[in-house]
Design a protein around this ligand. Structure first.
Ligand SMILES: [Zn+2]
Length: 232
């Protein structure tokens, strides 16, 4: 078979890209472009690199979400500290300021004068958030520890909440945490079921904000054993 005057039998390889068959001296054939085998090798290398690097990129992105989440929690804690300064050193209540026919304003609303941003109420991995009622609450994906901030006697205009001075070890008391979507919008934390409200969305761990202002990732179980970090 002849192609441009060159016997195909002399061709050393199949040319893929834009090259021309040219006969050199004797039977030498000068190749331009890649052979099919070379191309397949390159494709295989790219596939292997992609398989290795995509999980790495994904993990880096997840890590950055975790950092943002911890930062959000620290800002919530800072806002709570400012709130306490203005309210006789008492913690922000889960709800307060009851108007007739409502449950009062949620902590998300009560902290707004100190946060000045609704975005801080949302974990980057749970941007939609949940909201009890638009008039008294804001979309949030963090929960508040009801053990410290809930009016145990029912919602009233005199919220039940702790004075910071009455608490012994504020560095081991949880105030805010990654709340599981779809559970109670308020993000309650009753002793009986608080652990199932924790959402381990950061590599199986949730982030927790502690009353002394620090925040870190833990599993739900680690907050109960060996020390219960929910109860004063
Ligand atoms: Zn988070």
């Amino acid at each position: 078979m002849q192609v441009s005057g060159v016997d195909m039998g002399n061709c050393m390889a199949l040319q893929i890209y834009g090259g021309q068959f040219r006969a050199g001296q004797g039977s030498t054939v000068h190749r331009h472009g890649f052979t099919l085998v070379e191309l397949l090798v390159v494709v295989a290398i790219i596939a292997v690199l992609a398989a290795v690097l995509f999980p790495v990129f994904s993990r880096v992105r997840q890590k950055s979400h975790e950092v943002t989440c911890v930062s959000n929690l620290k800002q919530l804690l800072a806002a709570s500290a400012m709130y306490a300064q203005d309210y006789d050193r008492t913690l922000v209540p889960a709800r307060a300021g009851t108007a007739p026919g409502t449950l009062g304003y949620s902590w998300c609303v009560l902290l707004q004068p100190y946060l000045k941003s609704e975005q801080i109420l949302l974990c980057p991995l749970e941007r939609e958030g949940q909201v009890a009622a638009r008039t008294t609450d804001l979309p949030h994906s963090y929960g508040i520890n009801f053990s410290l901030t809930f009016n145990a006697g029912g919602f009233s205009s005199a919220p039940y909440t702790y004075r910071i001075a009455a608490l012994d070890d504020v560095s081991s008391l949880i105030m805010f945490f990654d709340l599981k979507p779809g559970l109670e919008a308020m993000g309650s934390s009753y002793a009986t079921d608080r652990l199932r409200r924790v959402d381990g969305r950061h590599f199986g761990r949730a982030n927790f904000g502690f009353l002394d202002g620090h925040a870190k990732g833990m599993t739900a179980e680690e907050t109960a054993e060996p020390k219960n970090l929910w109860l004063p």
